[in-house]
Design a protein around this ligand. Structure first.
Ligand code: Z5A
Length: 216
């Protein structure tokens, strides 16, 4: 039986990684087989691409088109190496970002032509698309504050994408609102301003009925 594919989306610091881990724990407690992956990355090739995109000392001059293609090169590998086999084996795949990130960041944020962005995504994903997307929604102030407190606890690691200005992140947020409005059945907007446990409960309300229906 085909598994279930759930992606998490949202601006940085919205709590995606935290909630992916908690949902994986709840689903495993429920006896489900769960595969957790992230983008960009999630495979050995993808993790090398992630380093080039985010932290490499050589990435300062990266063109937006290069960024688009590298995001989707990582995705093409992840889909074929991990996501399709896991779904075919009946697992629940939880993906920390997927194709909507490209629409929001490279399309709305960088301003690349949306039709071309969609065509590149299509090459990467084919017919492998999320059954459900959880869009964690927080205002920019909350996002910045959470990132600031996390950074205070970690060694500094330069991140090219996070160096963009506030207007870029406002365009990204607008992109996410447009995606959610266009596909309300697939994309569920979760108010992620509450406590970790409140957000976890809101996510479970969306996921539990679907898992009960679809996954083994
Ligand atoms: N990108 C792209 O441009 N195009 C694409 O196609 C794809 C990605 C796939 C990936 O960065 C970058 O790539 C990202 C988009 C771009 N760039 N930016 N900028 P990443 O994977 O390193 O990081 P991220 O996806 O942006 O997420 P993040 O910064 O790691 O944040 P998060 O996963 O949403 O949040 P978190 O790590 O779970 O939580 C952040 C902090 O807040 C942490 O200290 C938590 O303990 C805390 N937290 C979490 N939830 C709460 C609640 N509810 N209350 C209080 N505090 C909380």
């Amino acid at each position: 039986m085909k598994g279930l594919f759930i992606s998490f989306e949202g601006t940085e610091g919205s709590g995606k990684t935290t909630q992916v881990a908690l949902l994986a724990e709840s689903l495993r407690d429920w006896g489900r087989r769960v595969r957790v992956v992230r983008e960009p990355g999630g495979t050995p090739i993808g993790e090398e691409i992630r380093h080039t995109l985010k932290h490499s000392q050589q990435n300062q001059a990266m063109a937006w088109e290069t960024e688009l293609l590298l995001m989707n090169a990582s995705r093409a590998q992840l889909v074929r190496e991990v996501i399709r086999p896991a779904l075919a084996a009946g697992e629940i795949v939880l993906c920390d970002r997927f194709a909507d990130s490209t629409i929001a960041y490279q399309g709305y944020g960088r301003g690349l032509d949306l039709e071309i962005v969609r065509q590149v995504i299509q090459i990467a994903v084919g017919d492998t698309k999320p059954d459900l997307t959880l869009l964690l929604d927080v205002p920019p102030g909350v996002s910045r504050e959470r990132l600031r407190s996390r950074q205070a606890t970690l060694p500094f690691l330069r991140d090219r994408i996070e160096e963009a200005d506030a207007a870029f992140f406002e365009r990204v947020a607008r992109g996410y609102r447009a995606i959610a409005a266009a596909e309300p059945q697939r994309v569920r907007v979760i108010d992620a301003t509450g406590s970790v446990e409140q957000v976890r409960a809101a996510i479970w309300r969306e996921v539990a009925p679907l898992v009960a229906l679809k996954a083994t």
